[in-house]
Design a protein around this ligand. Structure first.
Ligand code: SER
Length: 592
């Protein structure tokens, strides 16, 4: 079964079971500072898992674009990819364990759907701890459906608990479904979760009935939800009898292109070719997103920069240059063009940024190699035939030289590298930068703290006020809210003058003082547009959306939540205005 057919089958199965299909949200989370990328299908649904009403109802299904950067080090093995698609079905306070498990079972094993042999399925459930009880309910449900006791495993929180994706938010115990690839057990310890390739994890059903608070407690949620996720790449690999996600139609044309351009065979260069294919796919999707970003030294732009740089470095070993990277990215956009038309729509942006970044890094790499030569030929750098960890770190930090590359190059000259010393220098550097990122991981809409909600409402006022002062070309390009401040990115070519900033503040404070009520209604995107609503329309055609109206001042498509009246907001103040990327400005503001 090909990916197209799996997506189709999954969504139509859940539609038949009264779920409403929603489009994939952006890869860049809106209004949520707790993570840089959408990491799961549940991410855009966080406010609704916490109790907000979803306009599509209580049963939802989707195929969501996701990026997980925590797995970058594993890329190139059998099953890990940075970009992946997650099929999911959700119950927002509707059905719970019994129906969820029955639905999964039917979709997997029925001859009308995936028709998987039940003898190849193993299950894991939560073993229980001080925060939540052992999940005998799920285990019993699986047993009743015919899964024998010896294929049901009880695992602790680290394996069978999902979420929250940031520090706080909805979470709960899960039951995971594994497919047996038919290989012999690698050892007596081989069980679901083992990385030998025998067990594919294909589906995860999370029973989200808890909310993790900022003090680390697990409190019951207002409603009991189900959040499930099935990886498209893994599932089609399994259905096609392939051992690896890289051996399916979602990767093979890309690997084929790399092999053709480099004139090298895949079997001789498995890992570098997989890394280039994976990283360029993630980079293509990040730049091609409706909220696409360009490489930079900040947040998503920085991850993108790293993905491109690693690709350039690997590509160099395959004798590929920046032109070849563009052809590979184009092949990727071609594979996904029908499902994610944004890749072709934004192709010029992808091509321009990928070209600029890879040319620039090719030059940096040249310089880095020269620096390496200089360092290595200086007798003071080497002590007892070993290059110091500090210098290995400097090459990494300043020239993007990963320690393995330095080690390889040094080995060619008969010199060793102090990798322990490198790790120590790296740790010290992380401690310094972590103090900054800790702030980012606190709070967010996932918390639904009062201040966060207030700042969210004022973001709508800001969006409108900017359009009044600067013009209707102003569009939201990103938003990130913590309980302390809002950050709003928008399209505008020039720095704002002091006068413009003052005008925006004045307009907003005047609107706040008008004590306007905030009204919420639901309508189709077309109706919302006709009413003059602003907001992100892309990918939402035909769907019902929530529209927030602030008096007669602002009308915007948004998931919420918001305060009920502007009078509660306090005094609005812009604390910073700066460039975010080319053609995009960034405002940071507070409520006093
Ligand atoms: N959120 C869960 C996961 O990512 C289920 O979708 O595995």
């Amino acid at each position: 079964m090909l990916a197209n057919e799996l997506r189709e089958k999954y969504l139509s199965f859940f539609k038949l079971k009264d779920h409403v299909i929603i489009q994939s949200a952006s890869l860049i989370p809106e209004n949520d500072p707790s993570v840089l990328f959408t990491t799961a299908g549940m991410h855009p649904l966080v406010p609704f898992l916490l109790g907000e009403k979803h306009p599509a109802g209580k049963r939802i299904t989707s195929c969501q674009k996701c990026i997980r950067t925590g797995d970058i080090a594993d890329v190139g093995d059998l099953m890990h990819g940075t970009f992946f698609e997650m099929l999911g079905n959700w119950s927002l306070g509707d059905y719970f364990k019994k129906e969820s498990i029955a639905l999964s079972y039917e979709f997997l094993t029925s001859s009308n759907w995936l028709d998987i042999d039940i003898n190849r399925i193993s299950i894991t459930v939560f073993a229980g701890d001080a925060d939540a009880p052992r999940d005998e309910t799920s285990a019993n449900l699986w047993k009743k459906l015919g899964i024998p006791e010896n294929r049901i495993y009880y695992y602790p929180k680290k394996d069978n608990w999902w979420g929250p994706p940031g520090e706080t938010g909805p979470c709960g115990p899960d039951t995971e479904i594994f497919f047996d690839a038919g290989l012999p057990e690698c050892s007596s310890e081989c069980r679901p979760g083992c990385s030998c390739g025998k067990y594919f994890e294909i589906w995860n059903n999370v029973f989200m009935e808890y909310k993790k608070t900022s003090t680390g407690k697990y409190e019951p949620l207002l409603q009991k939800n189900v959040d499930t996720g099935m990886g498209v790449e893994r599932t089609i690999a399994m259905l096609q009898g392939k051992r690896s996600i890289y051996d399916t139609e979602l990767f093979l044309p890309v690997i084929g292109k790399i092999s053709e351009l480099s004139n090298k065979s895949y079997s001789d260069y498995i890992k570098p070719m997989r890394i280039v294919a994976d990283h360029l796919k993630a980079a293509t999707f990040i730049m091609g997103d409706p909220l696409g970003v360009a490489p930079s030294n900040l947040d998503q732009g920085y991850v993108l920069r790293r993905l491109i740089r690693i690709s350039v470095r690997q590509a160099r070993n395959l004798n590929l240059c920046h032109d070849n990277l563009i052809s590979i990215s184009r092949t990727i956009a071609g594979i996904y063009g029908d499902v994610y038309p944004e890749l072709m729509n934004n192709w010029n942006f992808i091509e321009k940024n990928l070209t600029e970044e890879s040319i620039q890094f090719e030059l940096t790499l040249e310089k880095g190699l020269k620096e390496f030569e200089k360092i290595i030929s200086n007798p003071e750098s080497i002590c007892d035939g070993i290059l110091s960890g500090q210098l290995v770190f400097k090459l990494h930090d300043t020239f993007g030289f990963p320690p393995e590359l330095t080690t390889e190059l040094a080995a060619e000259k008969g010199i060793k590298t102090d990798i322990e010393g490198y790790r120590e220098a790296f740790r010290k550097h992380q401690e310094i930068s972590r103090s900054g990122s800790d702030i980012r991981f606190k709070g967010g809409l996932a918390d639904c703290e009062e201040n966060t909600i207030k700042l969210h409402t004022v973001t709508h006022l800001l969006h409108k006020a900017l359009r009044i002062v600067l013009g209707n070309h102003v569009m939201q390009k990103g938003s990130n809210i913590t309980p302390q401040r809002l950050r709003f990115d928008f399209s505008h070519p020039d720095k704002l003058t002091d006068d413009q900033i003052r005008k925006v503040e004045e307009i907003i404070n005047k609107q706040i003082e008008r004590n306007m009520d905030i009204e919420i209604s639901e309508m189709t995107v077309e109706e919302a547009k006709n009413k003059g609503a602003i907001g992100l329309f892309e990918g939402k055609y035909g769907e019902k959306v929530k529209v927030y109206k602030i008096g007669d001042f602002s009308i915007e498509i948004c998931g919420g939540p918001h305060v009920m009246n502007t009078g509660k907001l306090g005094k609005f103040k812009i604390i910073k205005e700066e460039s975010s990327s080319k053609g995009v400005r960034r405002i940071k503001a507070i409520l006093e």
